[in-house]
Design a protein around this ligand. Sequence first.
Ligand code: NAD
Length: 299
Amino acid sequence: MTTIAFIGLGNMGAPMARNLLKAGHSVKVFDLSDTAMAELVDAGAQSAESLRDLVRDTEVVISMLPAGKHVEQVYLGETGLLADLTDGTLVIDCSTIAPETARRVAAEAIQQGVVFLDAPVSGGVGGAKAGTLTFICGGEVDAFDRAGPVLSGMGKNIFHAGPHGSGQVAKICNNMLLAILMNGTCEALALGEKNGLDPAVLSEIMRQSSGGNWALNVYNPWPNVMEGVPASNDYKGGFLVDLMNKDLGLAFDNADRNKAPIPMGALARNMFLLHAQQGNGQLDFSSIQRLYRGPEKAE
Ligand code: NAD
């Protein structure tokens, strides 16, 4: 059993912390929201009054925060947590942030004798609840090995992508590809339907052919082609357009910094920005199907 300090009990963090409790760890939690803390205390966690209180006598700290500025706020500077941690504490940041920010936090962690791992996740809220997340880690191999038994309580696939920041780079690349393939899938389905094809039949043909991809296999964007996906539930739940835009913004900044051409990523990003501007930011990202399909007829 490991004593784990967990920061950030939102849509992702709360179910992740619950799974750590289920895995038999002792978990201490902190969030700015009292309600979020109370729910975890009901599930068996200990609450902390402050970040400083949280990290007293802990060997592992996990954070799941909205964006880079929150991660910097929590860890860096005179008031940051890194200065309060004992030598050798393992810090695992699971938030999706820019690789440069992860490297900055890692550099200060090393100065303080703290071991840092960036470990963004794939799998969404469903994966967080089911304990089937994919963790994509960047950092030293020793840190990765140490994190394994903790991460396996919350996820199924645990990858080491390379040195500090690599987890974030791999996450950005994956989500950019996801945005591109979802756009392409929606475009092909809309073209087929405009020609009178049944989207379910076309989906199956493409799934078994060279156009087969993750969206067609498990996340079909056309309403009522597949059970249990957001497209069959008015695009509610799932992975929000606003979050996809956050990740595509990180990809765009990173490409700019590295002078890497990303024409497909840029186009996919503009499609999602347009979709959000039309009031769809809080829908699942597969709702981009509506942009290609035009006004929906009653299903
Ligand atoms: P969220 O907004 O639901 O939760 C963030 C939590 O952090 C909130 O409870 C907030 O109160 C807390 N918080 C903010 N600042 C804090 C501070 N200084 N101290 C303590 N707590 C603080 O966000 P989420 O959906 O859980 O996402 C978390 C991260 O996971 C993001 O980086 C996101 O990009 C990434 N992610 C999300 C999904 C998803 O489907 N939601 C999927 C993969 C990755």
